[in-house]
Design a protein around this ligand. Structure first.
Ligand code: GTP
Ligand code: MG
Length: 232
């Protein structure tokens, strides 16, 4: 029997699978890099903890640089590693890292605290920072209002957040990292992004790169309520 050529060429034609020499084929797990951005104290660490670890941390300290968390999920039979970059909200703890945050990012989660209006008004600065790092338009972005369990303290009305999300072509999730009843909603943020990324990346390359007309079709769409809707 003819032998497959050694080296990278032998990987061609295996549709994502890799055939190791002399071994059975196996499928490489894809990694999606998702960064979580927003003011200090909005709950980025708690949200990523809830998604990756399933709990609310008793105590957190300001993140310095970045903390990596990950979770392997299964979407339509494919195992995907969701690599979450929990970034620092404080300028002094993030400035040396910003370039690394945005390099080869697959999706961006913008977080504000529903009980703190300044964390919402500051979103425009975070979006400017993201745009300033040439993040391609195809990279999905979502907006997350956290700390919804503090019902009596809410300062940012849903209608205002929804309008902002619509204007920036983002889906809106309002949730709580603390309330265990909201944990599915927290999972939905990352699962929704992972689904979208999987769908985007299954298309032929020409639909993703250099074809802005085609690419626009892949932008998020909102359902009637617009909130917490997932296109997948
Ligand atoms: N009530 C309530 N408190 C929360 C929630 N999420 C986070 N917190 C609290 O908010 C504070 C800040 O949470 P962190 O997750 O550390 O905030 P962060 O955005 O990571 O802050 P930096 O790392 O400084 O950028 C902590 O005291 C958390 O316990 C939530 O959903 N509800
Ligand atoms: Mg943090």
């Amino acid at each position: 029997l003819p032998r497959a050529p050694a080296g990278p060429r032998s990987l061609l034609g295996t549709a994502g699978g890799v055939v190791p020499r002399g071994g059975a084929p196996y499928v490489q797990t894809r990694i999606f890099k998702i960064i979580v951005i927003g003011d200090s104290n909005v709950g980025k660490t708690c949200l990523t903890f809830r998604f990756c670890g399933g709990t609310f941390p008793d105590k957190t300290e300001a993140t310095i640089g970045v903390d990596f968390r990950e979770k392997t999920v299964e979407i339509e039979g494919e195992r995907i590693k969701v690599q979450v970059w929990d970034t620092a909200g404080q300028e002094r703890f993030r400035k040396s890292m910003v370039e690394h945050y945005y390099r080869n990012v697959h999706a961006v989660v913008f977080v504000y605290d529903v009980t703190k209006m300044t964390s919402f008004t500051n979103l425009k600065t975070w979006i400017e920072e993201c745009n300033g790092h040439a993040v391609p338009p195809l990279v999905p972005r979502v907006l997350v209002g956290n700390k919804c369990d503090l019902k009596d303290l809410i300062q940012v009305p849903s209608s205002m957040a929804l309008k902002f999300a619509d204007a920036h072509n983002m889906l809106l999730f309002e949730t709580s990292a603390k309330d265990p009843k909201e944990s599915q909603n927290v999972d939905a943020i990352f699962m929704c992004l992972a689904c979208r990324l999987k769908a985007q990346r299954s298309l032929p390359c020409r639909d993703l790169e250099g074809w802005p007309g085609q690419a626009r079709r892949l932008e998020p769409t909102h359902n009637a309520s617009g909130k917490n809707s997932c296109p997948c």
